[in-house]
Design a binder for this molecule. Sequence first.
Ligand code: ATP
Ligand code: MG
Length: 570
Amino acid sequence: MKMSSLLAPTLREVPAEAEVESHKLMLRAGLIRKVAAGIYNYLPLGLKVIRKVETIVREEMNRAGAQEVLMPNAVPAELWKESGRWDKYGDLLLKFKDRKEAEFCFGPTHEEVITFMVRSDVRSYRQLPINLYQIQTKFRDEIRPRFGLMRGREFIMKDAYSFHETEESLDAEYKNMRAAYCRIFERCGLDYRIVGADNGDMGGSGSEEFMVLAKSGEDEVLSCSCGYGSNVEAARALPVRCDDVPEAQQGIEETPTPGKKTIEEVSAFLKKLPKQAIKTLIYTADNTPVMVLMRGDHEVNEVKLKNVLKAATLALADDATVKKITGADVGFAGPVGMKDIRVVADESVQFIKNGYTGANRTDFHLVNVKYGRDFMAPELFDLRITRKGDMCPACGQKALESHRGIEVGHIFKLGTKYSDSMNAQFLDRESASRPFIMGCYGIGIGRTAAAAIEQSHDEYGIVWPLSLAPFMVLVTPATPNDPVQMEIAAKLYISLREQGIDALLDDRDERMGVKLKDADLIGFPYKIIAGKTAAQGMVEVKSRRGAIKENVEIAKAVDMIRQSIQEKKY
Ligand code: ATP
Ligand code: MG
């Protein structure tokens, strides 16, 4: 390919709309262009990178024994109604109608369609296990599409689904996929961690995320040197005791706290510590109110709460509901004397000493409150947001550290959630019908490319992992209209290509400074410059990471690059 005919519109200015480096660089290097919020054109260089990620993913999925299929983007509503997600999935789901008024969605994920595929054509345990995958465009109507390909609305995903006769078979495939993912992200040159994750709305029993550590990551990862690592959303917390506070000696008392509503206001007013507060929140879970108790200095993890309540929808109750349940304004709710409402508490609440809480009377709180004497929470769970500095829930010895991460992949054990709701069954060894046991495994293709840039760039531009670079080598004459330099450059370009090394010839009539700026911005791992000494048989070879910067004989330049690629050091 010649640079003069390549559509690679590089930009000198940093586009105002881009916040993170990968987005800025993908725009500046001419890889992508925005069409609408979260919707992009992939230009030639961008598409080459995407295809490289896809190839790695495809090779490793095939190697792991999965089979490639392709499902439609337009998915009939009936399938999503069968699984119950038509109404539950929320506003992320883009719905539309065809000319006959039949309802469809643009698939954001394909559990329903694959379950339909397998229930139609897989009948017997003899056909199991099976793992089917596709690489396909998804649509999710994200509230805040941002960071370019990192969080798009239309984006490319590899999604795989496995079907099993037994839990053991699912466990084995989950491990197989986990290992395949490790190979994929290693080959993509990424520094990643595997962390525990929340199952979200997918159902099922276990899930892990592959996180690329990067400052701009939207996820928070908590980890410990013992090996524990989890998305903060799912990080377990050990209950904490309150041993440094003396137990209440007196009985419970009501005390005025006029206009003091927040934990900070009330604790300052009562001269107590926030951790002595029994914070009382009223939530509405699937239209039913629930009282949630937390230690005053802890925050509710709504993902954990939603999971323990097994709720499809969860939100803080409105003021009117709170008033109806407690008889008081918001800010004065408490568990003492509460009846006729489900009460769930975080485990640490049982250890609060000499506590205080709302009196269920506007402008009043109760003090000297004791768990077990004045109130009980019939249901204790781990409900709090685990934080950096909390003790590791695995070893219990060390404080957790916090890192930012980009979720590039996610593996789940789904169980029978979809096969049950969609009635997908096979005949087992005893000729009895049983639901398939399922797993699912996703990778964001564009997000992986973006994560690679996020992790590897400098002030001049992208520093590609060799496996993802759109072109391996840029060959350029130093003086564009020098026929000798041009001829040598063109010959080197041809011989690189003959050796299977993807090269680009910069034949543009541009100053050397401009060409080198573009080269570093796009991030070619290697450059060969045919300059003044070319006529004497010498060219300059430079690598983007700086390992090579040499004048070599023309005949040796290609070998030098080939060897450097083999050694994966540049
Ligand atoms: P997130 O929590 O980031 O919204 P998710 O957990 O909803 O993602 P999954 O359903 O697990 O995403 O999708 C599988 C993979 O698809 C993710 O691990 C991620 O790499 C990618 N992905 C998900 N949403 C997007 C998006 N909006 N843009 C680009 N890639 C995405
Ligand atoms: Mg996920």
